[in-house]
Design a protein around this ligand. Structure first.
Ligand SMILES: C[S@@+](CC[C@H](N)C(=O)[O-])C[C@H]1O[C@@H](n2cnc3c(N)ncnc32)[C@H](O)[C@@H]1O
Length: 272
């Protein structure tokens, strides 16, 4: 795996071994000297071959933790990123009343990590999620069931590039969150292979300047965000100022961005 350009090989190899054998790290250590059954060897070879092709670990293991919660992931959805937890932190800090029956909208559900985590954190909230990919939507629905929040979420197939796309959403909402695709289309092929070759293009491609989805959201911001409500959008590095301007031009009031753990302006906020 080192030859394939993968860092952290020992750590990943242990995870793959654990996945192939069904044994925990502790069990692997205590039974490490026993010969492996052929079925386990074969399974490990298969998993390693996938990783050498730079398939993300999360797709191989089938799961990724986000905000301490387990999310099923497949190649149909973006792998949830720690940076996106900044959206959750921002929501919790700006909406401290956990008991209110907030109405929440998530544009671009993917695995559902944003909306479903918010529904866990706000136990009386109800949410609507929009997703263009039917395969991703199926994963998000499965995650909603597994996390016990399906009864408070309406997860819909829809595309914000189509006319009247907001009509079925039933807004306005107290909180609108989105981690839209924000990579400049021409730069996607130059990203690390895990992203460029394996993650869904629809989850990455933000148009020629990476900002197309923010313009779409801004155009309907005052319709989707209730008066007094909040919009929180994840942005790529260096995009926060422009996105705040786009939201401002759409008639919302942008505020100071939230930084991720790396100190990068990661979430733009705007109020109505
Ligand atoms: C960057 S991913 C974020 C997924 C998830 N919210 C997260 O934070 O991991 C963006 C998501 O938006 C969806 N998407 C892209 N274009 C869309 C569109 N025009 N209408 C609805 N959803 C779209 C993609 O399929 C993808 O699931």
């Amino acid at each position: 795996m080192t030859a394939a350009g993968i860092d952290n090989v020992r750590f990943e190899a242990r995870l793959l071994l654990s996945h192939a054998t069904g044994l925990s790290t502790e069990e692997l250590i205590s039974r490490g000297r026993n010969p492996a059954p052929p079925a386990h060897e074969e399974a490990l070879r298969g998993l390693t071959a996938r990783r050498v092709k730079r398939e993300p670990m999360a797709y191989i293991l089938g799961e990724r933790e986000f905000w301490g919660l387990p999310f099923k992931v497949t190649p149909a959805v973006l792998v949830p990123r720690p940076d996106s937890e900044t959206v959750i932190e921002a929501a919790l800090s700006l909406m401290p009343d956990r008991t209110r029956a907030w109405r929440i909208l998530d544009l671009g559900l993917g695995s559902g990590c944003l909306l479903l985590t918010l529904l866990k954190e706000f136990p009386n909230a109800r949410g609507v999620g929009l997703e263009a990919s039917p395969e991703a939507l199926a994963i998000a629905r499965g995650n909603a069931e597994a996390l016990g929040v399906a009864g408070r979420g309406t997860l819909r197939e829809g595309d914000w590039r189509l006319p009247d796309w907001t009509r079925p959403l039933g807004g306005p909402f107290d909180l609108v969150v989105s981690n839209p695709p924000y990579i400049e289309a021409s730069t996607i092929d130059g990203l690390m292979p895990e992203v460029a070759r394996h993650e869904p293009r629809l989850a990455l491609d933000g148009g020629p300047d990476g900002l197309a989805p923010y313009r779409v959201i801004a155009a309907v911001g005052r319709e989707l965000v209730a008066p007094g409500g909040l919009l929180l959008a994840e942005v790529g590095e260096g995009q926060a100022i422009e996105v705040a301007e786009i939201f401002g031009a759409g008639g919302l009031q942008p505020g100071a961005p939230f930084k991720d753990l790396g100190g990068i302006d990661r979430v733009v906020r705007a109020t109505h």
